[in-house]
Ligand binder design. Structure first.
Ligand SMILES: [Zn+2]
Length: 410
């Protein structure tokens, strides 16, 4: 499902599977330094190795013993004044050992563009039409999400929602069903105002992934809360994750993965700034640093790193997805950085802002829509808002044009 041809949706029926495989192998140079690119490389195995993070080895989904002890026994009893310095110390060591760059990891992104460039070269074409990544000719997507960690965070949700409303934005709030007393009136009120509600684990105690049996048992309960809340999205606490086990969740999309984040207990990343399919659900990786990473771990006082990442995402028509926590935004200094980000995004044009559920539905439909040709023009029934763009050859990497150009050159 995550093949380069499924990703690009090029409108050219004459490209053969062998031509794609050859272009993928020719583009592998973009992935240098990554385990996924180590020989012998196989065109079919590259995407799962990257997007499924299997390039980091079979133990990638298991926390080391010291980390398990920290998350399960030490962290819950640590005063928050000690959590931050300890975390910062642990993470600075972890970051140095990371295989991925941060905050911008561009190798997989350039790889995707290089594949099409190699295809165009081999076909002797200057440009090729494709189904644009986003509807209505929008260049990139902006998605705002929040995890609500505790009761203090929950009490600050109305202020965060009001701030976003004031700038014309909507977001999703993920609550912990058995971590604190979730306020049903708040969930109802958020939904009525156009926000989305999702599920953030079950208890937020760091044990969800301690064994397959424990995960399956808790997944059953999580599925009940999803139904009860009318929710279709999920993010795992501490971004503990396992793509195979998570197939037991009855969700439309997940938010537990990221393109690059060396600061998480399970570091690594999918390297993707676009959604992709993860088994039966859509994965929406977060692509901007989390709030506590930006504001506490690296101590930024402005949204500069977020905005620079948005520039990169815009250049490649990706998805800017951020996760902030009302629990941390309660501090004046933190909410000021978030508001500055919202106000600067408000000034920008040409992007699609929507709830994660709508972004996920669009991406799934884009992947399965069947284009047809009528009177020498392409149309894509079943994909409202779809536009045809062009991938152009340039002297550098291939580039995209979102000018709707439905004329087909025959
Ligand atoms: Zn959390």
């Amino acid at each position: 499902m995550n093949t380069p041809w499924g990703f690009w949706r090029l409108l050219d029926e004459n490209i053969q599977p062998e031509e794609w495989s050859e272009a993928i192998l020719l583009a592998m140079g973009c992935l240098s330094g990554l385990p996924a690119a180590e020989p012998p490389v196989n065109a079919e195995e590259v995407m799962p190795a990257i997007l499924g993070e299997s390039q980091f080895g079979p133990d990638h989904w298991y926390l080391s013993r010291p980390k398990r002890i920290y998350y399960q026994y030490i962290r819950p009893i640590l005063p928050s004044s000690l959590r931050v310095p300890l975390r910062t110390l642990l993470l600075s060591r972890q970051r140095n050992g990371s295989l991925l760059r941060w905050p911008i990891e561009d190798r997989y992104v350039r790889f995707q563009f290089e594949i099409v460039k190699r295809l165009l070269e081999s076909k002797g074409l200057d440009a090729i039409p494709y189904v644009q990544f986003w509807p209505a000719g929008k260049c990139f997507a902006l998605v705002l999400t929040h995890d609500v960690e505790g009761p203090l965070g929950q009490s600050f949700v109305p202020q965060v929602a009001a701030l976003e409303e004031a700038y014309g934005f909507r977001s999703s709030f993920n609550f912990v069903p058995e971590g604190y007393k979730v306020d049903p009136h708040l969930l109802q009120d958020l939904k009525e105002r156009g926000f989305e509600v999702g599920v953030h684990g079950l208890k937020h105690d760091g044990r969800l992934f301690s064994s397959k049996a424990i995960f399956d048992k808790q997944a059953g309960k999580i599925n009940q809360y999803l139904k009860q809340w009318g929710a279709v999205g999920f993010r795992s606490p501490f971004t503990h994750r396992n793509p195979d086990w998570m197939q037991a969740l009855e969700i439309e999309y997940d938010l537990s993965f990221f393109d690059t984040d060396p600061f998480e207990p399970m570091p690594g990343g999918t390297m993707s700034i676009w959604p992709f399919m993860m088994g039966h659900f859509v994965e929406l990786p977060y692509t901007l640093p989390q709030d506590h990473t930006l504001m506490i771990t690296v101590g930024e006082t402005t949204p500069r790193l977020w905005l620079e990442k948005v520039d990169f995402i815009e250049q490649y028509c990706g998805m800017a997805l951020v996760n902030t926590h009302p629990d941390y935004l309660r501090q004046d200094r933190h909410i000021a950085i978030y508001e500055s980000f919202l106000s600067q995004m408000k000034q920008r044009r040409g992007y699609w802002h929507d709830l994660p559920c709508n972004i996920a539905r669009w991406w799934r439909q884009r992947g399965s829509a069947i284009p047809s040709r009528e009177d020498r023009k392409w149309c894509i029934p079943g994909l409202p808002g779809a536009c045809i763009g062009q991938v152009y050859m340039t002297d550098g990497p291939a580039t995209l044009s979102n000018r709707p150009s439905v004329e087909l050159r025959l």
